[in-house]
Design a protein around this ligand. Structure first.
Ligand code: 4AD
Ligand code: MG
Length: 432
């Protein structure tokens, strides 16, 4: 009897007869032996097929079996110290489920990224892409686990919204039975409502931005995690952020060492991601940039080179705090000591990965909120429900948004955000 084997649990099956259901990733033959690289979705393992041990017809058939054919492999699991997983299968039999067509587009040589992105549905079968998406799954899980442990309730915001939630540019418009509505840019405003019902909440959902940015950090559809907390001020908000990021990174390092190894990720910098994180005010960051020959004025937004320069001065993620109110969204609480700046911060990841979190204390005073909305030209009618939150039991509250793909890219150390999600949506890509 052959036992069902999952390759990532091979160590439980030493010297046993096993059955692997998977695909032929690669093969090479040397006279009377064929070496099969088999993948089953959980890992990769080598199968050794000897001509004198198997059916002759089968041997000849496997010899010409195309890459990515689906197969069931039966054999004995043997220890093998040369293998990266420590085991190989001595093959008794192979059952061919489907003989793949001969023209599999992703051969094992180098391809350009555009070509690979056109074949994303197949590219994700390869070891590195597979490792990235496994890490994404783990980050996903750790985020949920952290908030569950901390007593947050997951509340889903709508994806179709009647108004802009984060600035009026960058909106994807859709036709809702003749009415103009939008794909959500953020779940935050709705999270503020659910926070007043549940105290500590978070959202975890897709967000959409019609940004025409063609950088290695921007996507038009991405996933955001947005906690929102009643009775939490600016200071406490930063504490939650640093604890949360430490939790995700440190547990990821513990739980996914093999995947990080496949990616050849140098984890030295990630190991240092422990609270507290350094902070610098926007004003001091501008001064620092000016002292280092950057042409930038107070009131200007940072570009990638500025963020990277600032991040490089520290050995951990760094908070840039107290941005000019003019630059940021209408809902951010002004600093009572200097109303020109807000009680908010961006968290900048090390190694050039840029902003991974944006957050702030929110305006909880109704009149101040109305004043800000008027200044931005936001129509009161569609935001009435949001204004209600300031009429009935308003409290100081804060929250933040973490971009999942930026975080995964940083942890994996990959050079472009498009690899951090199964199917990326970027300026020039909606296929596959
Ligand atoms: O700074 P942002 O725009 O903040 C908000 O949307 C707030 N409403 C969040 C909140 O306070 N609840 O976006 C938050 C994060 C960024 O720091 C970044 O990680 C990610 O979302 N992000 C993007 N990721 C990929 N592609 C894009 N175009 C992104 N825009 C933002
Ligand atoms: Mg931001």
């Amino acid at each position: 009897m052959y036992k069902d084997l999952r390759i990532d649990r091979a160590n439980e099956f030493e010297d046993e007869k096993v059955k692997i259901q998977g695909w032929l990733y690669n093969k090479r033959s040397r006279g009377k032996i064929i070496f099969l690289q088999i993948r089953d979705g959980s890992g990769f393992i080598q199968g050794v097929m000897m001509k004198n041990h198997v059916d002759q017809e089968l041997f000849n058939e496997v010899k010409t079996l195309p890459q990515e054919s689906s197969i069931e492999v039966f054999g004995t699991l043997q220890k093998d110290d040369r293998s990266s997983i420590g085991y190989e299968v001595f093959v008794d039999e192979v059952k061919i489920i489907q003989r793949a067509e001969d023209d599999y587009p992703i051969s094992l040589k180098e391809h350009g990224t555009d070509f690979l992105m056109d074949h994303r549905h197949l590219w994700m079968r390869t070891p590195k892409q597979n490792a990235i998406l496994r890490i994404r799954d783990e980050v996903n899980f750790l985020i949920r686990q952290y908030f569950r442990e901390q007593g947050f309730i997951l509340t889903e915001p709508p994806i179709i919204t009647p108004a802009s939630c984060e600035g009026t540019t960058d909106l994807f418009e859709i036709d809702y039975f003749g009415e103009k509505v939008y794909l959500s840019q953020t779940g935050q405003l709705y999270a503020e409502a659910t926070a007043m019902a549940f105290n500590k909440v978070y959202t975890f959902g897709p967000t959409f931005r019609a940004e025409k940015s063609k950088t290695r950090k921007h996507m038009n559809e991405f996933w955001m995690i947005e906690p929102e907390m009643a009775f939490v001020d600016f200071e406490e908000n930063l504490k939650v952020q640093e604890e949360f990021v430490e939790y995700v990174v440190q547990n990821l390092l513990k739980n996914k060492p093999k995947e990080l190894e496949v990616l050849e990720r140098d984890t030295t910098s990630l190991e240092k991601v422990k609270a507290p994180f350094p902070r610098i005010t926007y004003t001091n960051a501008i001064k620092m940039l000016q002292e280092n020959e950057f042409e930038i004025e107070w009131g200007d937004d940072f570009g990638a080179p500025h963020e990277t320069f600032i991040a490089d001065r520290f050995d951990k993620p760094v908070f840039i705090t107290h941005f000019p109110a003019e630059m940021k969204a209408f809902y951010m609480q002004p600093d009572p000591k200097d109303p020109n700046v807000i009680l908010g911060a961006d968290l900048i990841a090390p190694e050039g990965y840029g902003e991974i979190i944006g957050g702030s204390e929110r305006i909880h005073d109704k009149d101040l909120l109305l004043e800000k909305m008027e200044k931005e030209g936001l129509p009161k009618e569609v935001y009435q429900w949001y204004i209600d939150l300031r009429k009935y039991g308003s409290v100081p509250h804060s929250g933040f948004g973490l971009g999942l793909e930026r975080t995964v890219s940083w942890i994996c150390g990959i050079d472009h955000i498009r690899q951090s999600i199964p199917f990326a949506r970027t300026l020039n890509r909606v296929y596959p």
